[in-house]
Design a protein around this ligand. Structure first.
Ligand code: GTQ
Ligand code: FE2
Length: 363
């Protein structure tokens, strides 16, 4: 015979004991796996960051207002306005690992020297007149150029023109923060180098296709090339599409030309933690759907495209920025053609052997 009363009592006793166990776990600074495993070890990545688009025509006027109202100088260091992913409320992060910001430097303004462990690049959507001085080497910034500021390199920016200049900054700030790896040091308050050479010393030494100076036998972690010029990037993409037209293999997929900016000493990514690429879609081209572990940010350099992010369509044009979280399916198409700059955290994932990708529509 079942004694209902005593069973209920036993249940209550057990419940109370269990409650006490969880309370004691908590007090002792412990957390049992069985209460958290689902979220901790998902069947596939579950990023908090969401797919998101920042239209250039909203960003640019806001940056210009900051130019009027907010001085650039010691302390704040840069008039950089970060993309803040709505899935990461309170954080100035485009994705879990990537910082993307629009930096605005007014006529004749100077952003003072500093250095930090975070790796950085600048991509120039438009304009010219700013030189960024990287470890004492002045590097001109012009439309379509990609400039590198590897971690711990001193850098300052100065605008020699009577017009403001705006560009995209990309850094691994969130990754450094997550890894508790950040170091920062202020440089001199005054501009250290006012010269404005057409070509930096780094380019004069390294920017000759396929030619390595024999004075530099040792490979370097980051690229020794401070700038990748638009004329070269453009020519490479043009040649890929022409070769394909002539029936030779040169494209990622039909109508899709692409290059990666690499370290000429190794052929690997130009920066240890950031992958940098330029993509060109020929008129009428459409890409396959692709997703990968790790996140990316795209900026449309020219033209217009339709981007499908996790099944949602976004129309984007020149200057527009988009964030693609880890494992989010992406496909692009462009009726009239478009050039798109892309950066991602892929080198970090590859270094840790956590990289995976999938091509084709997710089942
Ligand atoms: O230009 O040195 O967007 O240090 C964020 C941090 C730019 C820069 C950013 C920086 C910089
Ligand atoms: Fe910096």
């Amino acid at each position: 015979m079942v004694d209902l009363d005593s069973e209920a009592a036993a249940g209550t006793v057990q419940d109370r004991a269990l409650q006490q166990l969880y309370t004691d776990f908590d007090t002792a600074g412990l957390k049992p796996l069985w209460t958290v495993r689902d979220g901790l070890m998902p069947v596939a990545p579950t990023p908090r960051a969401v797919p998101h688009v920042w239209p250039w025509d909203r960003l640019l006027p806001l940056a210009a207002r900051a130019g009027d109202l907010v001085p650039v100088g010691r302390g704040g260091e840069r008039r950089a306005i970060a993309l803040a992913n709505p899935g990461l409320p309170g954080d100035p992060f485009a994705t879990a690992t990537l910082w993307a910001a629009v930096q605005y430097l007014g006529p004749r303004e100077v952003a003072p020297a500093h250095r930090h462990s975070q790796n950085a690049f600048r991509f120039v959507l438009d304009g010219e007149g700013v030189w960024t001085v990287v470890d004492g080497d002045p590097v001109a910034m012009r439309r379509g150029d990609l400039l590198l500021t590897p971690g711990w390199a001193w850098h300052e920016h100065h605008n020699t023109a009577d017009t403001a200049m705006v560009w995209l900054d990309g850094l691994d700030i969130p990754l450094n923060a997550q890894l508790d790896a950040g170091f920062f040091e202020f440089g001199p308050d005054q501009l250290t180098d006012t010269s404005t050479p057409a070509a930096s010393r780094g380019e004069r030494l390294w920017a000759h296709p396929g030619l390595r100076p024999l004075s530099a036998e040792a490979d370097t972690v980051h690229s020794p090339l401070p700038a990748y010029r638009w004329t070269h990037t453009d020519a490479a993409l043009t040649a890929q599409l022409e070769l394909a037209d002539e029936g030779h293999p040169a494209l990622v997929e039909p109508g899709h030309a692409a290059v990666r900016f690499v370290n000429p000493t190794t052929g690997r990514d130009a920066l240890a933690t950031l992958r940098l690429e330029m993509h060109r879609l020929a008129a009428g081209a459409a890409t396959a759907t692709r997703r990968e572990v790790g996140s990316s940010v795209w900026q449309v350099f020219s033209g217009q495209a339709t981007v499908l992010l996790d099944g949602r369509e976004h129309q984007v044009g020149t200057g527009d920025l988009l964030a693609v979280p880890s494992w989010c399916p992406v496909s692009l198409r462009s009726p009239d053609g478009a050039d798109l700059f892309r950066f991602s955290d892929a080198p970090s994932y590859q270094a840790l052997h956590l990289d995976r990708h999938q091509v084709g529509d997710p089942a």
